[in-house]
Design a protein. Structure first.
Lengths: 488, 150
């Protein structure tokens, strides 16, 4: 097997067609190996990427077990790579807010309909306008109103259920949401006044950057049994929502990274990157962060619940039928920036771990008790958005994920070009016109955002999906092609 | 003398998903002003002469990189909480205690609400500690490097 070196000078050992190892003796302080899920094609794009350096850095975290993991969509982040997974022992390990990210519980929700692509085409422009109006998007976007203090407290504790209780969704939505849309242990008091100030009028907003709303069509079913369980069939229309906890979550992470950075000297923790600032799980600093992170995660689930309600309203207006008559139901909602206390086997022994997923989703297989009842026989839906010009995937968690990635999989295609590079490459190109020629109607707050988010800025999600399947962490269920795209 | 001649300015640095900034200035107050200007230019377009509201800011930290983290994040959160663009920042003082003691910064920040005179460009979620550095510039003055989560 080959042993090339990455730009950071790290030795890479190819273990099989989909896995590479950065040996723990490659860098001082590494406590475990780095394991990167990639084939030759993905690795060719990674060798000069600081992401591999970050995989090695994460391997220095106190209490980390088994390996610092990189999913097939991994790319350069800050502290952790995007697409990074790290599990630390509850006893003797740490939590690192940078291993969750600033957009706490950024995630994806998928709805399905009984509509076909032929139903969308004649109304695509009108539907795009209706969705663009219904869901506030862009930098500084505000929701319908500012939440009162007690309302915000309730959102931070009850998450998506708070929205459903107000008639904006159904109990079935909660059944098909990771953690039923609320993590236990959230404490509103742990959320700073500035975080509250930022979040109070942002509920129900998409934000900007790579956040989006897409109307898609199931182009191909690859696993008929799982597709049937998820309510998907070839030709049916789906709606995908990608967003997170807005300014509230950003502020929670900002606040607690600063606290932990100050505390690291006291804890005697030395790190290769200050953005990895962390605290032992048995300290007040870790408890305060986890309480605030859970509150921010619940805010994000409430946010996506409200956005889904606005999507249902927009469809009902355009088609002149209630959303239920259109078969508009939730498939799943999952988080890809979060830390969870979970039980996994380490060296054959079940132990409680703090699993950090930074740009990575949970991918539990069939039979796992945390997979929602409607899907337990097939496994947890894994939602993998690609890019707005090509496709996205619905996959399903596979047993290999429990054996190798603490039940985790990739969260998207992963960027391969900076925003600036994408803008430069597409200077003078009418991206909206190109998409229109492909039959994709697009709405965006800014035209240059379309270049920043164009297909060439992302890895090929077909390759990412192929590698994830080859690594045994999830299986493809359906390939979705975009019809209408709304960008923040 | 070197500090008198040191250049002042800023540039953006590439990053796959996010963005970096580098600021140079002859002294610490103007260095932190330049970093604010880089952030402001990345995040929004503000018309010259747009009417701005001013906010006093006072932050402290244990060292200069940490001061950068809290300064840039104070700007980001202040602007986000008010749905406003950063129009400018005037740093009145940077205090540095001897022998590695705490550091502090006093400034006035000008914000223009988003609208016709101030248009958002990029959502900056946070400044990070990743590759964060504040160092004497070999050419004189100071250089600051920071990466932002977009």
């Amino acid at each position: 097997m080959s042993s090339p070196r990455a730009a950071a000078g790290l030795r890479l050992e190819q273990l099989d067609a989909a896995r590479w190892r950065i040996p723990r003796d490659e860098r001082r302080g590494m406590r475990v190996d780095g394991i990167v899920l990639a084939d030759e094609r993905l690795m060719a794009g990674l060798r000069d990427d600081p992401a591999l350096d970050q995989v090695a850095n994460v391997a220095t975290l106190p209490g980390i077990v088994t390996a610092s993991l990189a999913m097939p969509d991994v790319h350069w982040g800050y502290g952790f790579p995007v697409g990074g997974v790290a599990a630390t022992r509850r006893d003797g390990g740490v939590v690192s807010p940078g291993g969750i990210g600033f957009d706490i519980n950024c995630g994806v929700r998928l709805l399905r309909t009984d509509l076909g692509a032929a139903d969308i085409r004649p109304v695509a422009e009108r539907l795009a306008d209706a969705l663009f109006r219904a869901v506030p998007s862009g930098v500084g976007s505000r929701g319908g109103r500012r939440l009162a203090r007690d309302e915000l407290d309730a959102v931070l504790v009850r998450g998506a259920a708070w929205v459903v209780e107000r008639g904006r969704g159904t109990p079935d939505d909660l059944d098909r949401t990771e953690e039923r849309g609320a993590l236990a242990g959230a404490e509103p008091a742990a959320v700073s006044p500035r975080a509250r100030e930022r979040g109070a009028d942002q509920l129900g907003t998409l934000g900007s950057g790579n956040h989006f709303l897409e109307v898609q069509v199931v182009e191909r079913v690859l696993d008929p049994a799982a597709a049937a369980a998820f309510g998907l069939a070839e030709g049916l229309v789906t709606v995908m929502v990608h967003c997170g906890s807005r300014g509230l979550g950003h502020q929670v992470c900002t606040d607690h990274v600063a606290v932990m950075d100050r505390a690291n000297r006291r804890f005697g923790i030395v790190l290769p990157d200050r953005q990895l600032a962390c605290a032992p799980l048995d300290t007040p600093e870790a408890a305060a962060y986890l309480a605030a992170m859970r509150a921010a995660a619940n805010f994000a689930w409430a946010n996506r619940q409200l956005i889904a309600a606005a999507v249902r309203d927009a469809f009902a207006r355009v088609f002149g039928l209630p959303a239920e008559r259109l078969g508009l139901r939730q498939v799943y909602d999952l988080s890809h920036n979060i830390a969870k206390l979970e039980r996994h086997e380490v060296d054959g022994v079940p132990v409680e771990l703090c699993v950090h997923r930074k740009g990575a989703t949970r991918a539990f297989p069939a039979g796992h008790p945390d997979v929602p009842a409607p899907y337990r026989a097939v496994g947890q839906p894994v939602l993998i958005p690609g890019d707005m010009g090509r496709c996205s995937y619905v996959a399903v968690g596979a047993p290999g994920a429990m054996a190798t990635t603490f039940g985790s999989a990739c969260h998207g295609a992963g960027r391969n070009l900076s925003r600036h590079a994408a803008l430069r490459a597409l200077r003078g190109v009418d991206v909206a016109g190109q998409l229109a020629r492909e039959g994709i109607v697009v709405r965006a707050e800014r035209r240059d955002l379309l270049a920043e988010e164009a297909s060439l800025a992302y890895k090929d999600v077909d390759v990412v999906m192929e590698v994830a399947a080859a690594a045994g962490i999830c299986r493809p269920v359906a390939r979705l092609r975009p019809l209408v795209v709304v960008k923040g | 003398m070197g500090h008198q001649a040191a250049p002042r300015g800023h540039e953006l640095l590439p990053h796959t998903a996010d963005a970096g900034l580098r600021a140079r200035a002859p002294d610490l107050p103007s260095l932190f002003e330049e970093a604010a200007a880089a952030l402001a230019g990345l995040a929004a377009d503000v018309d010259p002469g747009a009417v701005a509201a001013e906010f006093p800011v006072e932050v402290g930290a244990e060292d200069l990189p940490a001061l950068t983290y809290v300064w840039l994040n104070e700007l980001i959160s202040l602007a986000d909480a008010r749905a406003a663009a950063i129009a400018g920042a005037r740093v009145e003082a940077v205090t540095v205690a001897p022998a590695g003691g705490p550091v502090g910064l006093k400034a006035t920040v000008a914000l223009v609400p988003y609208g016709r005179r101030a248009r958002p460009r990029v959502n900056v979620k946070s400044a990070t500690y990743h590759r964060l550095a504040v160092e004497p510039d070999p050419g004189g003055g100071w250089v600051l490097t920071a990466y932002l989560d977009l």
